[in-house]
Design a protein around this ligand. Structure first.
Ligand SMILES: NC(=O)c1ccc[n+]([C@@H]2O[C@H](COP(=O)([O-])OP(=O)(O)OC[C@H]3O[C@@H](n4cnc5c(N)ncnc54)[C@H](OP(=O)(O)O)[C@@H]3O)[C@@H](O)[C@H]2O)c1
Length: 294
């Protein structure tokens, strides 16, 4: 279940997203995930949310799934938006932002982009207006209220804009402001992170089957163990190595399993995976014109 973060430092400030209208551009995996999570949190009601996509099929299915208008030509809706969440692929950003500009974005409206590899400077140039821009990197567990998002401000965005963006993402998990210089690394670590964890869980479930467990039981054991281990790291603040030591009895089975993982070079494999993803993230953005096409 999605619930609002009790830890939010912003919870009691007047700078919240309630009463604002949110437009979601791109109703694909992330657009739907975030819209669903935000709706479930109650932060923005259905009547104050709309979306746009470039395929009639996607518009229809997203509209049914979310219970909000999802339209092919979303330009007439642009002037209604206080917040615009850009959720298209990086290569589609120039066209989507041209449509936003044509639609007539209000000068006060905040553009929040979740595009990997597309900098605030590139977004501002493509948008071609002085609207405030916040760049974010969320992840898919937002759909169950356990997303991890980082945010940073563009040139014209101030603390209020950052607070609004944080409030949106805190409705679907944790959100912390970071320097933009870290975005490609974060894209590789937590943006792509759920996929790594799914792969590891799939492999561990297979391992459970290998030692004789029914698959569904193995998967439940693996997923709940991952959840519990993650909660222990967050709740105790202790180093994972110390938590691991606690469960590693001399000559026991855990140290035997850990040794096999080390033999398989699990640390360097994970480090190389994140390094490779970060390199790719750095080159995802489209070439940015010096001035936006008029
Ligand atoms: N997937 C993740 O886990 C993840 C995590 C963090 C950040 N992100 C970022 O999130 C963004 C979206 O990723 P995704 O996985 O959700 O992609 P996706 O499933 O392909 O969704 C993008 C949607 O936008 C539509 N679109 C393309 N051009 C458009 C336009 N001009 N106007 C309106 N809609 C348009 C696409 O239609 P077509 O399919 O017809 O092109 C598609 O339905 C990416 O920039 C990615 O870097 C993704």
């Amino acid at each position: 279940m999605v619930k609002e973060s009790k830890e939010s430092a912003l919870e009691h400030t007047p700078v919240i997203a309630r009463g604002l209208t949110l437009g979601v551009i791109g109703a694909g995996v992330m657009g739907r995930t975030l819209a669903k999570g935000i709706l479930a949190s109650g932060l923005i009601p259905r009547e104050r949310m709309w979306a746009g996509d470039k395929h009639p099929g996607a518009c229809q299915s997203a509209s049914q799934e979310l219970g909000i208008p999802v339209e092919l030509d979303y330009r007439p809706r642009i002037p209604t938006a206080d917040l615009l969440l850009l959720c298209v692929k990086p290569a589609d950003a120039p066209k989507a932002l041209a449509a936003v500009r044509e639609g007539g974005l209000r000068p006060s409206a905040l553009l929040i982009s979740i595009l990997a590899g597309v900098t605030t400077t590139a977004l501002e140039t493509m948008l071609g207006t002085d609207n405030p821009v916040v760049r974010a990197m969320p992840n898919t567990p937002a759909v169950v209220g356990e997303g991890m998002t980082v945010v940073c401000c563009g040139r014209s965005a101030n603390e209020t804009h950052l607070a609004r963006a944080r409030r949106i993402f805190e409705a679907v998990g944790k959100c912390i402001p970071v320097d933009e210089v870290h975005f490609n690394a974060i894209t590789a670590l937590s943006g792509s992170g759920p996929a790594y964890h799914f792969l590891i869980m799939e492999a561990l479930a297979d391992a459970g089957v290998r030692v004789g467990l029914p698959r569904q039981l193995a998967l439940t054991l693996v997923a709940q163990t991952a959840l519990g281990a993650a909660k222990m790291v967050l709740a105790t603040g202790r180093h994972p190595a110390a938590l691991r030591d606690d469960v590693t009895t001399p000559a026991g089975c855990t140290i035997g399993g850990l040794l096999m993982l080390e033999d398989g070079r699990i640390r360097s494999v994970l480090a190389r995976a994140v390094e490779e993803a970060a390199k790719i993230a750095a080159h995802l953005g489209p070439p940015v014109p010096h001035k936006p096409a008029q």
